[in-house]
Design a protein around this ligand. Structure first.
Ligand code: AMP
Length: 401
């Protein structure tokens, strides 16, 4: 099964390919044709199943085929329970829709409302919102729903757990009766069933188990850290996580050598491969690494590309690549059949632009963590929402103030 066979158009297929996905996940194969056909959907799907692309891709396609959005109108509304989830979905929308002339935005509470009102003026094709802020925006006439085509309630169980039922009911009352509805929830409690009963019309029911890690999936994480602490953080991780075989990427030859000295100083067996090493040296190092005689292999992108190292449990980006596509090559080294691979990037504040470029290529934000004892003094800010589409928003005919 390929994405193309699901009926998706070329600009979407191109963006999907850039995210590094070759085959649709089960929820995607099931949901995409049904959503493209305009049906209501009730899906039991957890995070990790690929459900976001499962609804974003077909909705982008439907939007691209329809009429242009009008001032302050929204064509697809995605309700999310938290700001973090809203941002993540917003990044996915921006990434998958990057070759389409559509506008997307994310709105959530806890920040100034005015910039959000400005953004909504020209109308938005896909708006990702948390319920409270959306109602505030509506009460200030910043957003209209009379042309709404599709409503998505994502993480519906979480939404009810957080006490958003009243807000959801208020929002539902504002929407046109004729519309497509999609509901995603990890669990189906009585409360959810009650909600689906009033919300969905003749829905298609979809159920999938969480994505199978035996397929060789890669867990991706970012550790925020100050630049000067990166070498000691790496030693700490190798020891504490008991990594036995880890491939570490460095940008420069000098960097690989310095890191190997540091690791050896910390009594961790390590070796470097880069362009200045002879072929014989490289082969020897590689054989030792494969035989588990060397725990850490530190490589430059070019050196690693020329050699057959695949199916590693652990890859570390000691520094981020200058070219975002190299990130995909690097993490492609991990993901062993039967177990989940892990790709960890050590990122300092100076690398923030490189990180955004990678996240934009992936179409999503990477999960951030910090390690006790290595909490950075210089934070790595979250990427600002990516803007979609080449078109400039049209000026509204009249001001709503
Ligand atoms: P989600 O369940 O939407 O939160 O997605 C879980 C993860 O799966 C995200 O990291 C996606 O980038 C990734 N993903 C989504 N679709 C695919 C696919 N077809 N192949 C590989 N990874 C995917």
């Amino acid at each position: 099964m390929s994405f193309a066979s699901l009926g998706l158009s070329e600009p979407i297929l191109r963006a999907v390919a850039q995210s590094g996905y070759s085959t649709p996940t089960p929820i995607q194969s099931k949901a995409i044709p049904v959503i493209l056909a305009g049906r209501d959907v009730m899906a039991a799907a957890q995070t990790g199943t690929g459900k976001t692309a499962g609804f974003v891709l077909p909705l982008l396609q439907r939007l691209a085929g329809g009429a242009e959005v009008q001032a302050n109108q929204v064509r697809v509304l995605v309700l999310m329970p938290t700001r973090e989830l809203a941002i993540q979905v917003g990044e996915s929308v921006a990434g998958y829709g990057r070759y389409l002339p559509l506008k997307s935005a994310v709105v959530y509470g806890g920040v100034k409302i005015n910039p959000q009102m400005m953004k909504l003026r020209g109308g938005i094709d896909i708006l990702v919102a948390t319920p409270g802020r959306l109602l505030d925006l509506f009460s200030q006439n910043a957003v209209k729903f009379s042309r709404l085509e599709t409503l998505v309630l994502d993480e519906a169980d979480k939404m009810l757990d957080l006490g958003f039922n009243d807000e959801i009911q208020k929002i539902l009352a504002l929407l046109p009766k004729k519309r497509q509805n999609l509901l995603f929830s990890a669990t189906f409690s009585d409360d959810i069933r009650q909600l689906t009963g009033t919300l969905l019309k003749n829905p298609v029911l979809l159920e999938v188990s969480p994505r199978n890690s035996a397929a060789g999936s890669v867990k991706q994480l970012v550790y925020e850290v100050d630049k000067n602490k990166k070498p000691s953080l790496l030693s700490h991780l190798v020891r504490n996580k008991d990594w036995q075989q880890v491939l570490v990427f460095c940008r420069t030859k000098k960097g690989t050598e310095q890191l190997v000295s540091k690791l050896k100083g910390d009594k961790i067996s390590a070796a470097a491969i880069h362009g200045d090493k002879s072929q014989a040296e490289r082969s020897r190092v590689l054989t030792d690494f494969k035989a588990n005689k060397i725990r850490v292999l530190v490589a430059t992108d070019i050196a690693a590309r020329g050699i057959d190292i695949t199916e590693l449990p652990q890859v570390v980006n000691f520094d981020l690549p200058k070219v975002p596509e190299d990130y995909i090559h690097r993490i492609g080294r991990t993901g062993r059949a039967g177990s989940q691979g892990e790709a960890i990037s050590l990122v300092n504040a100076d690398e923030v632009k490189l990180l955004y470029a990678i996240e934009s290529l992936l179409g999503r934000v990477l999960i951030r963590e910090v390690v006790t004892g290595f909490i950075p003094h210089h934070q790595v800010p979250l990427s600002r929402q990516l803007k979609l589409g080449p078109k400039k928003p049209k000026k509204p005919k009249k001001s709503w103030r």
